[in-house]
Design a protein around this ligand. Structure first.
Ligand SMILES: [Fe+2]
Length: 181
């Protein structure tokens, strides 16, 4: 675990690299980023958004359906989780808009796009937590790709967002993993 964190912290620095200069032939978007890179970032953010939406619904299902002696503890934890996820859903969608694109907003598109699949009828706490860990792994992997792309594109806003999400979720993975023992 420590080794993993060390390697990721290197990537999550939002330090200024020498700016990647945009060729004169390419246009910039309203916040001055290269339009082609901005479009690619928006597409990847929309893909991430789809995964968050499905994960969000799964977390609500865990909150509702959980049973057993850890009910009160997990019922509350899962509520905390889905509230956190839905905040990020909004941040991601608004980042897509800031980049000048349209956030994905149909469940049909979310289901077609998302690698995180709907999980139903889970009442066992450990199964719910395993599913949460699997979903976080998907998100973090996608966010690292966005971290690198946004760095190259000089997109500090997306870069900072991804950096925050990765750091926060790596810690959550440690904590949820500790429950499984
Ligand atoms: Fe509730």
């Amino acid at each position: 675990m420590a080794a993993k964190k060390a390697s990721s912290s290197k990537k999550t620095t939002a330090s200024k690299k020498p700016a990647t200069r945009i060729s004169a032939a390419r246009t910039t978007n309203s916040i001055g980023l290269d339009s082609v890179q901005g479009k690619e970032l928006a597409e990847k953010l929309n893909d991430l958004l789809a995964n968050y939406q499905v994960f969000y619904m799964n977390a609500r299902g865990f909150h509702w359906n959980i049973k057993g002696d850890k009910f009160f503890e997990l019922h509350l934890k899962f509520e905390e989780l889905y509230n956190n996820l839905v905040l990020k859903v909004d941040e991601l969608a608004e980042r897509v808009l800031t980049l000048g694109h349209v956030p994905m907003h149909g469940y049909d598109d979310y289901l077609k796009t998302s690698v995180v699949k709907p999980v139903k009828n889970v009442s066992d706490g450990k199964k719910a937590i395993q599913s949460i860990l699997d979903s976080f792994k998907v998100l973090i992997t996608k966010q690292r790709v966005l971290l690198d792309l946004s760095d190259v594109a000089n997109d500090e806003g997306t870069n900072a967002l991804m950096s925050d999400y990765i750091r926060e979720q790596e810690k959550l993975i440690w904590m949820y993993s500790a429950v499984l023992g």
